[in-house]
Design a protein around this ligand. Sequence first.
Ligand code: P6P
Length: 341
Amino acid sequence: MKPHFMQTLGEFIVANQKDYPNASGEFSALFSAIRLAAKVIHREINKAGLADLAGLAGGDNIQGEAQRKLDVLANDTFKAALAARGVVCGIASEEEDHYILLDDGLNTDSKYIVLMDPLDGSSNIDVNVSVGTIFSVYKRRSPVGTKVTDADFYQRGNEQVAAGYVIYGSSTMMVYTTGQGVNGFTFDPTLGVFSLSHPDMKTPELGQIYSVNEGNYVHFPDGVKRYIKYCQVEDAATSRPYTSRYIGSLVSDIHRNLIYGGIFLYPSSSPYPEGKLRLLYECNPIAFLVEQAGGRAISGSGQRIMDIQPESLHERVPFFAGSRRMIEDLEVCLDEFGGKG
Ligand code: P6P
């Protein structure tokens, strides 16, 4: 019996480098940057209450949302870590109005771009609720050595070469995919390493959890209302009524549903006619992970999230993701009762 000993994230990436024959170590360096930044954010979040890092930073981001000190710190940390390794030529972030060109000598010949939500759900930090980082990686489309262009950032989600999230919860975990399945790594702060704890994650075909902010129910399209009522009806054959679980932190809700099975819904509503979640750096990376784990991710029109052609950096989209059969049940309701608007 081979003695079981932990495999660190770094070892795992090197061992799987063969998935990227032409990566020549750049991919490993990119993940090394993300891994390092995640450790810094882990440290800062776990002392936020003591070091006056909680609370507002005094500015607003392009979404008009008050930036919190940790939002700014997380954004700066990931940008610095990615820019320091000469493997990324452009970065887009929820916290930045426009994408950032890394066209100094170090990064100009890089071939990857990164889109990220550096600290999603940060309003929850002040009340000690889990938050997360979400990242999405593409190969640039413009020629190496030139300045990145819109076309580099407005790629469909099905062009992603990697995507993942870091969840800063009761433990800090990194969950990512490069298109070869989903693997989860738990951070051990005493050793300072992420080690493989959730190999080859698969989400159950049918779960018993639905996650939606029911406070917006009156604003939902009829098809979504119908599906929520379907979740609440008694039916022993499909273990209904389902359980309602909603944290209000995307990474936390998705992580729980990925492991237990379930469906996450952020429909269009009058406060958010296009939905609240952003296509490029929230929905696409989560959709990549969910599909790689055997689930599905669609928009309000029933379109596969990763097939949507982006048209602007911060565009929003109604977002439904989770267990395959639960998405199929939702689609029946959207088809029959509308809501594919
Ligand atoms: P609501 C956090 O602000 C966030 O962007 C996601 O993490 C989360 O899923 C969603 O918004 C929660 O939004 O409107 O239900 O509070």
